[in-house]
Design a protein around this ligand. Sequence first.
Ligand code: ADP
Ligand code: ADP
Ligand code: MG
Length: 680
Amino acid sequence: MDRSKLYRRFRTLLIANRSEIACRVIRTARAMGLRTVAVYSEADRDAMHVALADEAVLLGPSRARDSYLNVERLIEAARKTGAEAVHPGYGFLSENAEFAQACLDAGLVFVGPTAEMMTAMGSKSGSKALMEKAGVPLVPGYHGEAQDDATLAKAADKIGFPILVKASAGGGGRGMRIVRSAAELAPAIVSAKREAKAAFGDDRMLIEKYVDNPRHIEVQIIGDSHGNLLSLFERECTLQRRHQKVIEEAPSPSLNAAQRETVCAAARKAAGAVNYVGAGTIEFVSDGKDVFFIEMNTRLQVEHPVTELITGVDLVEWQLRVAFGEALPLKQDEIKLHGHAVEARVYAENPTKNFMPSVGRISTWRLPAEETGGLRIDAGYSEGDTVSPYYDAMLAKMIAWAPTREVAIDRLNRGLEDSDVRGIVTNIPFLSALITHPKVRANAIDTGFIERELAALTSTSAAPGELEFCAAVAAIVNDERRAAQGAASSPLNSPWHTFGWQPVGRRQRSFAFRVGHGVGHGAGHGPEQKITLNYGSGPSTLVIGERELAFTIAPKEGGFDLTLDGVKSFVAAVIDGHELYLRTRNGRFDLHWVDPFGGETEEQTGADKIAAPLPGTVVAVLAEEGAKLDKGAPILTLEVMKMEQTLRAPYAGVLKSIKCKVGDIVQEGIELAVVEPSGE
Ligand code: ADP
Ligand code: ADP
Ligand code: MG
């Protein structure tokens, strides 16, 4: 095929994606003078990428298959807006050969490889067969066509347990199961197939030897349509949870210069085997000695910014130039490695609740400014946005660069510590605990590290002390003062607002706090901490227990400087009704301000109810009505934000009724089953 037909100059680019990657592509495209077109679903009407683009087209309903995965609507959107090219981002249709072909057939430039290259490399099985021929080292395994149970069982036996069952079309760690014995094989295949069918519409499986405690190392490559192919060093992505990367860095701290050249050369060989055009990643697992090819991703990767920061290359710019039909601007020996970069993926999820995705409105979104401290932030959300249950829960990426790995980690940690996101639960404190863990600093890690250290990484922060309780009162005072000032400047101001802060004589006010926030209208837990504020004429003081402490407050962006007992420190504070969220020099604290007028009732926690924790789809019913259940016995499986969640019996009992069936779309809080306790 004549490549000038595939790759040529264009002026208008449609970005067939959402969130941070859509925003990131739009920024570079605009900097190159292109016109940009965003696409969106009903849930994303007010999303950042829609606001950022020059034009935007509604694709359809919120579900991905009705919008971001709808090829016809995407092509139609390009036609309507006069777009001449399509950038697929990552995820969604980025590795879908039919989509690449559909773009070509519609006369559009697809920013990426050809459909043929994608077909060859996109399936894990196919690419492994190719790599075997090209002499690239592979993990031993079965990647044949035959998919019957007997063939797979025989292959597993031959490879030897433990093995990994993997969806050939897989991505994002989904459709993958570790199997440690022959007995576990059949159920693992059934469940991996179901997940793969739902996620990728393709349930073909391959089997690989499970490399124990491996590292994940990958190489960024890019090729142009003139036969040039470059590697841009490697990234290490060993910190993973459920086979999904959490922290990525470049270069890999595990390789010396010779090993670096070996793995980069292997990657160039792999991509060279299909004369690859576009940006791509060759992924390897390493047993500490050798590296083995596992897959190629024929697209830009989530973690590409770490490569950009150590090479100074804008990979999206290069993708677009390759799509224009230009030759790559540098030669291999002109690509230099400079410093170290580390990226953390910020997700809307709760690490203390098995990383359950969190949805809702982002009431506070404060991330440090990028100019400070070598940080780059690629975000897809901002304050006031809603995180919907329809898509991936990644909100943003925070990336730090420094001359050394140590300093890059410190900068990233500082950036995470200085971030406040409220309204939804995020993994920010978890990320901070992770990158400052001594073993991570020492690079003594493998892909199982997070799972093993989970308890330590998610343990709640220190108990609040004197500083935090005083800061809580100060936060309320600061908030009321600000409100009073706001009111004073408005024509409708009431004298009550300002009066409170300039009173005559000495006054007293009592506060009480409990630690933690409840669910819904719950009210924290543990004993109440009482604290008295003395104010009015003379300096304000706080009385906590036996101590009386002088304090002053100086408002600042995002909080205030609190001088307490002669020491000044910054306190970040968010007040949401009676819930206080504070960040002091000791860490993050959630406090509940006990309503001074009483009337707070402890709500039933509902822990015994078998209810949907978030909106989702019932994908399997695992127990029958009337069945006797042990405590913890699985009852049904829900798919929530692309992740399967099994709901289990809260106590031993009898399954009285199942109130849903496979395929039902259920709302949050809906009771799905009733278990009658067996009464012991
Ligand atoms: P992999 O882990 O498959 O090698 P990446 O680490 O680059 O690849 O992650 C790609 C994953 O990102 C997809 O499989 C998908 O789960 C998720 N994803 C897709 N689109 C988006 C998006 N717009 N925003 C955030 N995450 C996305
Ligand atoms: P995905 O398309 O979901 O990214 P990969 O094949 O890249 O699938 O695997 C994802 C992760 O699973 C890898 O980064 C690695 O941590 C782990 N993994 C994959 N293959 C193996 C293997 N053979 N042995 C051990 N771990 C593996
Ligand atoms: Mg992968």
